[in-house]
Design a protein around this ligand. Structure first.
Ligand code: UPG
Ligand code: MN
Length: 719
C-alpha cells in the first residue's frame, strides 16, 4: 500500500495532465490501442516514458517485497535477540545458557511490529486473529486546489495541474477466533463506520477487489442522479458489471448481458435495479437504515431518527455539532438518544457524523421544487484535521465487539447471514421506499474479472442460486415486502428468490425427449386442437419475448443464445444443487460453505484464456452429463429401431430426435468444457455418467416396455 501510495503521487497528476484513461496503470500500459492517438502535448512522450519507467520499477519493488520484508524482519529479530541476551548478561544470567526464544515477528519499515498477520503466523498475528489496523497512507488533501510547479527536465512539468490526492486509508478490522466476522458484509460495515469517522463522505462507492475503475468520469454521472431534484430519494446508483479476460465466444455467458442489459434496465423503469455487490454508489444515510425523505407516513416504522433528523435540520447547517442543543421536542430527543447505541453502537463521533452526512448528501437548494435542499456554499467550509483521537475512535469502531447488541447487519449497513448479501441489502432499501438508478455509461464505468472455466463458473452460479433459495426461505422473501415496495418490483424480487426452483421443471423437460425416444411414445398422447393452440400461444410468446429482449437492449443474438444455453446448464446443475442445499438448511439446519470465486489470473503467457480449459471435477456436473448421455442413447436407440423396423417411419423419428437435439444444443458449451483443452477429461466423469445413464435407461425400459408398433417418435409427425 505504501508503494502504491507513493507511486500515486506521480501517476495521478500524470493522468490529470494528459487525460489518461483508464486510470489503472496496469491496464493503461497494456492497452493494445495506440497510446499517442489524440495526444497533442509535446511533453507527453517524455512524461509517459518517465511514468512507465517508474511503474515498472514500482512493480519490481512490489515483487521484491516478500524478500525485503523477510530480510528486514530477520535483521530486527536478530537485533532484538541480541538486546535480550545483553540484558541477561548484565543481570548475570549467563550460567543459565539457554537459547533466547522470541517470536519471529514481521517488522514494518518504521521499526515497529506489523499489527496484522506475520509471515510466520503466531497468536494475535495470524489470519483470523489480529488487532484492528488503520493506516493513513495519503493524508487528507487541502481544501484549496494545489497546483504543481515547473521543475527541472528530469521530472514532469505540473504547472496548472491540481496535484492533490484524496485521502487513502488502509483498514483491516480486528479478527478474533470465535467471532463471526460475516465475510464481505462485515468488512463493508467496518469500512462504513471507519470512514464515517475519518472522512464521512455522504456517498460511498463500493467495488470488489477484482474490479477497477475504467472510466474516471463515471462517478460524476452517478452524482448527477443523486444531486438532481428528487435525487435525495435515491439510495444507490448501480453501474453494470463488465468483465475482461473472457474468451471471445463467452462460452459460459460470463458477460451476463441479458441480466445487465435487459433485466437491470427494465428494473430501472420500476423502482430501480437490484444491488449486485460491486460498482455501486450509495447514499450513506440509506445504508444507515433511514427511510427516504418525504415518505407519506413519517412515523410508520421504528425510524424515529428520521423524524428527529428532519425536524432539527430544516434550516441548520450541521457542522458535526452534537445532537444536544438542537431545537427538538425533548421527549422525542431523549428517546432517540437512548436508541442510538442500540442501533449504531457506542461511538458518539459516529452518531454525530450521521446528520452531517445526511445534510451534505442533499441536493442543492437552487430551485423552489427542491425540498430540504442544502444552501449553496455549505460544503465549502474547510474540514477538520485528522487527529490522533479521531483515528483512535475509528480503530475502536472496527473492533470485534463493536457490533454487539447493535443493529449492524440486522437493519443497518450490509445485511448479514446471506451468501448474496448484496441482493438482500438492496432489497431492504427498496422495501423502505427508496429508489435506485441504473447508470449505463457510454464508456464502461468499471471492469472486473470473472471465473472463466466451467467449474468455477458453476460454483459461482451455485452460490448465487443458494443465496436466492435462502432469500426465498427468509423474511426477505418478497411476498412479505412492505407496501412501500412497488408491485412490479415485488414481482421482480420474488423472481430473484424463485428462479432456482425452476430447475426441477427444467430437469424434467430435458429427460422427456429421450424417454419418449426409448418408449417410442410421444409425451403427449393425443394432439388435439386445444393443445396445439396453447402450444402455439406459448411458443409465440416466448419468441416475442426473445425478440423484444434483443431489440430493446441491443444485445447480439449470440449473447442471447449463450444466455439460453447457460440458463439450461446452470439450471440443471447449480440451481438444482442450490435448491437441495437450501432445503437441507431449512429442514435439517445443515449449513452451507462456499469458496471465494477464483479469478482468471492469466498466468499462462502463451494462452490468454488458459483458465478456460482448466477442468476440476465437480459433482455439480452429474445431472447435465446424465442428460446428455440419456439423450444420446435415446437417439441411438430410436435410430436403430427405425432402421430395423419393417416399415421405417423416418419422419416420426425426426420429430422425436428434434427435441433431443434441442436439449443437446443447449448443453454444447458444457460438453466442450468437459473436453478440456485436448480431451483430457477424467475417466471418472464418463464412468459415473455412463453408469447413471444406463441405469436410468434400463429402469425406463423395465417400467415402460416399448409398445409393439414400430412407431418410434410416437404419433407426433413432422409434415
Ligand atoms: O469473505 C469474503 C468474501 C468476499 N469478499 C469480497 O467479496 C467480493 C466478491 O467475491 P467474488 O469471489 O469476487 O465473488 P463474485 O461471484 O465475483 O461476486 C459477485 O457476487 C457476490 C455475492 O453473491 C457479490 O458480493 C459481489 O460483489 C459480486 O461481484 C470479493 O471481491 C471481495 O472483495 C470479502 O470481502 N470477504
Ligand atoms: Mn468477483
Amino acid at each position: 500500500m505504501a508503494e502504491a501510495a507513493s507511486f500515486a503521487h506521480l501517476w495521478v497528476p500524470f493522468c490529470r495532465k494528459h487525460d489518461i484513461e483508464p486510470r489503472n496503470p496496469e491496464s493503461y500500459f497494456n492497452m493494445k490501442r495506440d497510446p499517442y492517438k489524440n495526444k497533442v502535448r509535446p511533453d507527453f512522450v517524455r512524461d509517459r516514458r518517465r511514468v512507465k519507467r517508474e511503474y515498472d520499477e514500482f512493480k519490481v519493488r512490489v515483487n521484491g517485497l516478500p524478500e525485503s520484508i523477510r530480510r528486514r524482519s530477520d535483521a530486527y529479530n536478530t537485533r532484538e535477540e541480541i538486546k535480550i541476551m545483553k540484558r541477561r548478561r548484565e543481570l548475570d544470567y549467563d550460567e543459565l545458557e539457554e537459547d533466547v526464544k522470541i517470536p519471529k515477528a514481521t517488522w514494518m519499515a518504521d521499526g515497529t511490529h506489523w499489527p496484522g498477520t506475520w509471515t510466520v503466523p503466531t497468536t494475535e498475528h495470524s489470519r483470523g486473529d489480529h488487532a484492528s489496523i488503520i493506516q493513513v497512507m495519503v493524508k487528507p488533501p487541502s481544501d484549496e486546489p494545489l497546483t504543481g510547479t515547473e521543475t527541472d527536465s528530469s521530472s514532469m512539468d505540473l504547472t496548472d495541474i491540481d496535484i492533490r490526492l484524496p485521502m487513502l486509508v488502509y483498514v483491516s478490522r480486528e479478527k478474533r477466533p470465535g467471532y463471526d466476522h460475516n465475510k464481505k458484509a462485515g468488512a463493508m460495515n467496518a469500512l462504513v463506520r471507519a470512514s464515517a469517522i475519518m472522512s464521512n463522505g455522504p456517498f460511498i462507492l463500493n467495488l470488489d477487489c477484482d474490479h477497477y475503475i475504467f472510466n474516471s468520469q463515471a462517478l460524476r454521472e452517478g452524482m448527477c442522479f443523486m444531486m438532481d431534484r428528487g435525487g435525495d430519494r435515491i439510495c444507490y446508483v448501480q453501474f453494470p458489471q463488465r468483465f475482461e479476460g473472457i474468451d471471445p465466444s463467452d462460452r459460459y455467458a460470463n458477460h451476463n448481458t441479458v441480466f445487465f442489459d435487459v433485466n437491470m434496465r427494465a428494473l430501472d423503469g420500476i423502482q430501480g435495479p437490484v444491488y449486485v455487490g460491486t460498482g455501486c454508489l450509495f447514499r450513506r444515510t440509506a445504508l444507515y437504515a433511514f427511510d427516504p425523505p418525504r415518505t407519506k407516513e413519517p412515523s410508520s416504522c421504528c425510524d424515529c431518527f428520521f423524524t428527529r433528523r428532519r425536524k432539527s435540520s430544516v434550516a441548520s447547517v450541521p457542522d458535526g455539532a452534537s445532537i444536544e442543543g438542537k431545537s427538538v421536542d425533548s421527549d422525542d430527543e431523549e428517546m432517540n438518544i437512548a436508541l442510538i447505541p442500540k442501533t449504531f453502537g457506542n461511538s458518539s463521533l459516529l452518531v454525530d457524523s450521521i446528520r452531517v452526512a445526511e445534510f451534505q448528501g442533499r441536493p442543492l437548494a437552487d430551485h423552489p421544487s427542491v425540498k430540504y435542499g442544502r444552501p449553496p456554499g455549505a460544503l465549502t467550509l474547510p474540514r477538520d484535521l485528522l487527529d490522533a483521537s479521531t483515528v483512535a475512535e475509528a480503530i475502536s469502531v472496527i473492533s470485534c465487539w463493536y457490533e454487539d447488541k447493535t443493529e449492524w447487519g440486522l437493519r443497518v449497513g450490509w445485511i448479514y447471514g446471506s451468501v448474496t448479501e448484496d441482493v438482500v441489502t438492496g432489497y431492504r432499501m427498496h422495501n423502505r421506499g427508496w429508489k435506485s438508478v441504473y447508470c449505463v455509461t457510454k464508456r464502461d464505468a468499471f471492469r472486473g474479472s470473472a471465473p472463466i472455466n466451467l467449474t468455477d463458473r458453476l460454483h459461482q452460479v451455485l452460490r448465487w442460486a443458494t443465496g436466492s433459495v435462502e432469500i426465498f426461505f427468509s423474511r426477505n422473501n418478497a411476498l412479505l415486502a412492505s407496501s412501500k415496495m412497488k408491485f412490479l418490483q415485488r414481482i421482480a424480487y420474488l423472481n430473484v428468490g424463485i428462479y432456482p426452483f425452476t430447475s426441477i421443471f427444467l430437469i424434467v423437460y430435458c429427460f422427456l425427449p429421450a424417454l419418449s425416444l426409448f418408449s417410442g411414445e410421444f409425451i403427449v398422447q393425443s394432439l388435439n386442437i386445444t393443445f396445439l393452440v396453447y402450444l402455439l400461444g406459448i411458443t409465440l410468446t416466448l419468441i416475442a419475448l426473445a425478440v423484444l429482449e434483443i431489440k430493446w437492449s441491443g444485445i447480439e443474438l449470440e449473447d442471447w443464445w449463450r444466455n439460453e444455453q447457460f440458463w439450461l446448464i446452470g439450471g440443471t446443475s447449480a440451481h438444482l444443487a442450490a435448491v437441495l442445499q437450501g432445503l437441507l438448511k431449512v429442514i435439517a439446519g445443515i449449513e452451507i460453505s462456499f469458496t471465494l470465486t477464483s479469478k482468471s489470473g492469466g498466468d499462462d503467457l502463451n494462452d490468454e484464456y488458459a483458465d478456460l480449459y482448466i477442468f476440476k471435477w465437480s459433482s455439480l456436473m452429474v445431472p447435465p452429463i446424465t442428460i446428455m448421455m440419456i439423450n444420446l442413447i435415446g437417439i441411438a436407440v430410436a435410430v436403430c429401431r427405425t432402421i430395423y423396423s419393417v416399415i421405417p417411419e423416418w419422419s416420426s423419428l425426426l420429430g422425436g430426435v428434434f427435441f433431443s437435439f434441442w436439449v443437446l444444443a443447449h448443453l454444447y458449451p458444457f460438453a466442450k468444457g468437459l473436453m478440456g483443452r485436448r480431451g483430457r477429461t477424467p475417466t471418472i466423469v464418463f464412468v459415473w455418467s455412463g453408469l447413471v445413464a444406463i441405469t436410468i435407461s434400463l429402469l425406463w425400459v423395465a417400467i415402460n416396455p416399448p409398445s409393439n408398433n414400430d412407431q418410434i417418435g410416437g404419433s407426433f409427425q413432422f409434415p
